[in-house]
Design a protein around this ligand. Structure first.
Ligand SMILES: [Fe+2]
Ligand SMILES: [Fe+2]
Length: 175
């Protein structure tokens, strides 16, 4: 992927919220509506083998991502913005060390989220449609595949670019 370049961390956070977080919020709503419809399909064998576990994993993914993004949007991103504002004004930042404390937790959550997506992919045999697929399953798989590919980019960008920049800022080395 091409890493976009930003002048400030605030610009980076705005980009993440405006682009990737909006995609996730919209994508999760669409995924959840579709999986509820698909899971109600009356085929006991398919229910047991695919639809029930698929519903379970989609619910887990939604819970994990809702929690994760709330933590970023309401706690960690505001802390990072405050750190940067304080650094620019040459003031001692309030909550120094806090952003760093949360970052390790967020990186761990990225791994958990990607693992859940991997479980969905395995369950669906790489998003292959069964011959007796219910209406909506193809659309659901397309939606999950799109979310997965966007999340790969989004979570990788945070873990390998954004969070190391915050570490540097906290250590007083941000240029
Ligand atoms: Fe994020
Ligand atoms: Fe994240």
């Amino acid at each position: 992927m091409n890493t976009p370049s930003f002048k400030t961390l605030t610009e980076t956070l705005n980009y993440l919220e405006e682009r990737h977080h909006k995609i996730v919020h919209r994508g999760l709503r669409a995924m959840y509506d579709l999986v509820r419809e698909v899971a109600a399909w009356e085929d006991p064998n398919l229910q047991q083998q695919l639809l029930k576990p698929l519903f379970h994993f989609c619910k887990v993914l939604k819970l994990e991502l809702d929690h994760h993004m709330t933590m970023e949007e309401e706690i960690v991103f505001p802390l990072i913005r405050n750190l940067e504002t304080a650094q620019k004004a040459d003031l001692p930042p309030s909550g120094r060390g806090l952003a760093n404390y949360y970052l390790k937790h967020l990186v761990h959550e990225h791994e958990v989220i990607l693992h859940t997506l991997h479980q969905i992919r395995q369950l669906s045999a790489d998003y292959q449609l069964p011959f007796n697929a219910p209406p909506g399953l193809k659309e659901l798989y397309d939606q999950i595949r799109f979310l997965h590919s966007d999340l790969d980019e989004h979570l990788h960008f945070e873990s390998t670019y954004l969070f190391p920049q915050v570490d540097k800022l906290e250590a007083g080395k941000y240029e």
